[in-house]
Design a protein around this ligand. Sequence first.
Ligand code: NAI
Length: 302
Amino acid sequence: LKKISRQYAKSAAPVRRAAVIGAGVMGAGIAYQSALRGVPAILKDVSDKALDAGMAEAQKLLAKQVEQGRLSLDRADAIAAAITPSLTFDGFGSVDVVIEAIVENIDIKAAVFRQIEGIASAETILASNTSSLRIADLADGLRHPENFIGMHFFNPVPKMALVEVVRGPKTSEAAVATIVGYASALGKTPVVVGDCPGFVVNRVLTPYLIAFLHLVRDGVDFHHIDRVMEGFGWPMGPAYLIDVIGLDISHHVAEIVSAGFPERMAASHPSAIDILLADGRLGQKNGRGFYLYARDPKGRPR
Ligand code: NAI
């Protein structure tokens, strides 16, 4: 893998400036990681509340680096200044890469990409952080599908090494090389994967999470399942993992991947996710999921 990445990285166009759309769990992490590794980023959202929360998250990550002695205060301030919060598309004309990290909905994402194409330069690479949607479907109707690609980070972005680089049917080799190079520059491990609902990770993960939901429907206590899987050696059990991902995102991903491969993974409804979502529980992001995160939203569950 390292050899393939190095080969791609050789022909990669340098990414000097990036823009990230969506300042949520993923977008804030991506903008932080980019700035940390020397690529200034615009962080755009439609909600000023979400933008403030995204910038606060980046500040928190920087403060942690300072606390741990990995960054000086001056350096942390300089990195924070390299993230430009924005509610508009100002500056999008001069970025090399745009990474979209908004809601997992094909119509909303497609509309945003069409809008960006009208603003960004024809050479700008447009990347989606989608967890499950096909790149071919998102690229449909774009003027430059050759510059369109999947760049799938994992949560939490600063910690997780893997980036799935998803090559759509029309994605150019140059775009693949640029994104492999950019992911490497961010300190990540890019792996080029094919285009299908869920790519590799979520095709493997979705049947596991569906099996978990079936067990919960059968009446097995989710705490018990988490303890068993953690005892088995996994870093976290499925209920806690769904809380980390977000119940809304997990729901959308399960729908998309199981619709793509209905003969292989059958969901049953209402699942525990459906029931918790109807109660407004989104997971760690709003402090309520399978577990309650009353004191520290990122802490281990009570
Ligand atoms: P989130 O719900 O935390 O954040 C989404 C953000 O996008 C919100 O701040 C919202 O205000 C903003 N937004 C919505 N429409 C917008 C628009 N038109 N323009 C600008 N901003 C807009 O969602 P999260 O978890 O960050 O997920 C975002 C994407 O990343 C999804 O496609 C998801 O599938 C993918 N992803 C999520 C992972 C996870 O573990 N949560 C892991 C890997 C990928």
